[in-house]
Write a protein that binds this ligand. Structure first.
Ligand code: DQA
Length: 149
């Protein structure tokens, strides 16, 4: 069975009330529920994890390398633009990952245009709100099926 981990970075626990003009009105719980529904329909094992703390995200990526997670979908949120530690965790774990953003980071402030992760990601999906996660999930399952065949 394919095993996928979804990691949500800082402030994403505030979705629904956080800058709705940028991130829409979906709550994190409703996003996780939609991903879980998709996982069920595709018979994929899913775990979701949210943290506001960089070190906890590093720990979870390290753990994924040990627990047979096949691919990680991560919205690193603000850590996208700052975190060498999360980049190094992915390089150390060698678990493939897809980078996700709800907003189109390239249409926003200049500091959001740089990511410490994009060049080592399998791919990046940005700008489709909640659907960014669902598109990433679809891509993640395809990638696992390809590497398992
Ligand atoms: C975000 C974009 C980041 O620049 C920002 O810091 C976030 C959310 C997004 O999903 O659009 O917290 O990753």
């Amino acid at each position: 069975m394919i095993k996928i981990l979804v990691i949500h970075g800082p402030n994403l626990n505030m979705l629904g009330s956080r800058e709705p003009e940028v991130y829409g009105s979906d709550t994190l719980a409703s996003i996780d529920a939609s991903i879980a529904e998709m996982a069920k329909s595709k018979n994929v094992s899913l775990e979701t994890f949210q943290s506001n703390l960089e070190g906890e995200i590093v720990d979870r990526i390290q753990q994924a390398a040990a627990d047979q997670t096949q691919i990680i979908i991560i919205n690193p949120a603000a850590f996208t633009h700052t975190s060498i530690a999360i980049r190094d965790a992915f390089l150390a774990s060698s678990v493939p990952f897809i980078e996700v953003h709800m907003s189109n980071v390239h249409a926003r402030e200049d500091f959001r245009k740089h990511s410490y992760l994009s060049d080592i990601a399998s791919g990046v999906i940005s700008g489709f709100g909640k659907n960014s996660y669902l598109l990433a999930f679809e891509a993640a399952v395809n990638q696992c099926n390809q590497s398992n065949s």
